[in-house]
Design a protein around this ligand. Structure first.
Ligand code: SAH
Length: 370
């Protein structure tokens, strides 16, 4: 048994069954044995792959998005460019390369990375060693330097711990992680009745017995932080992740190890644990906080509107030998059988900024002669 599993079992024996959120937090971030602190999980040889790792075009387009936003903010002389969960730092590298189109932007930008894993911080430091802008790390949004900012997070929200609630006997129960009674070396899910009607599940309408509702407490904390920043300075935040446009019932806790789905309870700390992002709830919380919310917009639509097809065309004209590869990358990012519609973007920004690029009406496709 892995050391983390042994410690989780001891903890449950001492403290009782744990929430799915506590279990997720332990698996992902336990300082000595958690998934992120102990490895670099990204890429073909790792456990999962993300859009910036698929293609440089993804970060490049987002870099141009940031330049546009900075100009719309009135081109402040100092801009806090903040990334949540930067992985290997590849997206920031690609963003800054594309942002060279505006030297004023690069002069203004001060990069802050918010990364829970020391192992990944080290990788980010290497990737961004020759960054044209200063790069610093802080533990949370609350610690990031104040002032006008652009915040960006790709596949960050999906690893925030979630709680799960199940409707049974016309009442909500919390799904908990417990020890299997007949085998104390195994974990199982159990249900515990809630002694009160839980406000956080209130937005799930007309529950039927058997329905499972997921709630991510981290969204409210993020919105609180955004409100503090976005009210004081014209600023914008862009989140890209996988999930539905509206809150939906269903168990979406997923464990990935070496690109294969595994049982989330089998090997704590050895697999990436994520859950679908509830953009419906995130948007509602943003609107209640009186922030301007745009989207969710399909990733494909966002990227097309900000010009990824033209970028692909230009790159393939410059390097004809790479054309097939570029087209495959484009297909993975845009196609609806791949990431195109499963992944969505939401922009939450100060009232007073214009509609962010990529959040307008659908565009017609650029035609390729492939
Ligand atoms: N954005 C990158 C990596 C996505 S993986 C990409 O698209 O390739 C998720 C990243 O978020 C990892 O870097 C992970 O360590 C980080 N992370 C997850 N939860 C976090 C938290 N609460 N605080 C800081 N970083 C976090």
């Amino acid at each position: 048994m892995s050391p983390l599993k042994a410690r989780i079992i001891d903890r449950i024996k001492a403290e009782g069954p744990m929430s799915v959120a506590s279990y997720m937090a332990a698996c992902l971030f336990d300082a000595t044995d958690g998934f992120y602190p102990t490895r670099d999980p990204l890429g073909a040889d790792g456990d999962f792959i993300t859009a910036p790792e698929i293609s440089q075009m993804f970060g490049e387009m987002l870099g141009l998005w940031c330049v546009h936003m900075w100009r719309d903010m009135g081109a402040p002389p100092r801009l806090e460019l903040i990334e949540l969960g930067p992985g290997r730092g590849v997206m920031m590298l690609d963003m800054l390369r594309a942002a060279k189109v505006d030297p004023g932007f690069l002069k203004a930008a001060n990069v802050t990375l918010i990364e829970a894993s020391a192992a990944l911080q080290a990788v980010q430091g290497q990737t961004l060693a020759s960054s044209p802008c200063p790069v610093n790390w802080v533990d949370s949004l609350a610690d990031a330097p104040k002032g006008p900012c652009i915040i960006i997070g790709n596949e960050f929200l999906d690893c925030l711990p979630i709680r799960q609630f199940v409707r049974k006997d016309d009442a909500w129960h919390e799904r908990l992680v417990a020890i299997r009674p007949e085998d104390e070396t195994q974990l199982i899910f159990g249900l515990s009745p809630l002694p009160y009607e839980h406000d956080d599940i209130g937005h799930f309408r007309n529950p039927k017995n058997g329905d499972l509702a997921e709630v991510c407490p981290g969204y409210a904390q993020i919105i609180d932080q955004l409100k503090l920043r976005l009210e004081h300075n014209l600023s914008s935040a862009l989140f890209i992740d996988y999930g539905p446009a509206r809150s939906e019932y269903g168990d979406t806790l997923q464990a990935l190890k070496a690109h294969t789905k595994v049982d989330p309870l089998d090997e704590p700390g050895e697999a990436d644990l994520t859950a679908r992002v509830d953009f419906g709830l995130l948007g509602q919380l943003g609107e209640h906080a009186e922030l301007s919310v745009f989207g969710p917009q399909d990733q494909a639509e966002l990227l097309k509107q900000i010009g990824i097809e033209v970028r692909a065309l230009n790159l393939s004209q410059a390097q004809p030998a790479a054309k097939d590869k570029l087209m495959r990358q484009l297909h993975r990012l845009l196609n609806e059988d791949e990431m195109g519609t499963l992944f969505k973007a939401m922009c939450i920004q100060s009232a007073g900024l214009s509609i962010p690029p990529g959040f307008g009406h659908p565009t017609s496709d650029v035609q390729f002669d492939t």
